[in-house]
Design a protein. Structure first.
Length: 152
């Protein structure tokens, strides 16, 4: 009987070690404590709200993805402004950005977990003084769908 409990204990210990290692090193592990800061929440916008905002007035759409993804497809009228080419793209789009001082700006990326759009939005607020600069929560294709649904 003692040997059986030792074997059960050994199996449980090995299982706990495997689970712990998986939780730490697995490439698709869930984030344990995903806490969104108040600042991030303040500037998030869902596709449906962005579509309503676009219907009410003009919006500057900013694509924070790579040039390759932008050229493969983007929102109509969106400008490319990513972190990798920040200086060149800022210079290229300076007129558009200066004219956006009196309108809303929505920065989008591939997914809602994309940090590139958050960083681009922060830079636009801090360096250029643009406000409001929203970060799309969701995929840009969802925004495209919401925009086409709101125009009908």
């Amino acid at each position: 009987m003692k040997r059986t409990w030792q074997q059960v204990g050994l199996i449980v210990a090995i299982s706990l070690i495997a689970a712990g290692l998986s939780a730490v090193v697995h490439p698709k592990r869930p984030s344990w404590y995903r806490v969104t800061s108040i600042e991030e929440l303040r500037w998030q916008i869902v596709p449906e709200s962005a579509a309503r905002l676009a219907k009410e007035g003009s919006i500057l759409w900013v694509d924070a993805r790579s040039r390759e993804k932008y050229e493969a497809g983007h929102l109509e009228g969106a400008i490319l402004l990513n972190l990798g080419e920040w200086g060149d793209l800022m210079f290229q789009h300076m007129d558009v950005l200066q004219s956006a001082m009196d309108q809303s700006v929505v920065v989008y990326c591939d997914t809602s977990d994309c940090k590139k759009s958050l960083e681009v939005a922060t830079r636009l607020r801090e360096l250029l003084g643009l406000e409001p600069v929203y970060v799309l929560k969701g995929e840009w294709t969802d925004l495209e769908t919401a925009l086409s649904a709101s125009s009908e």
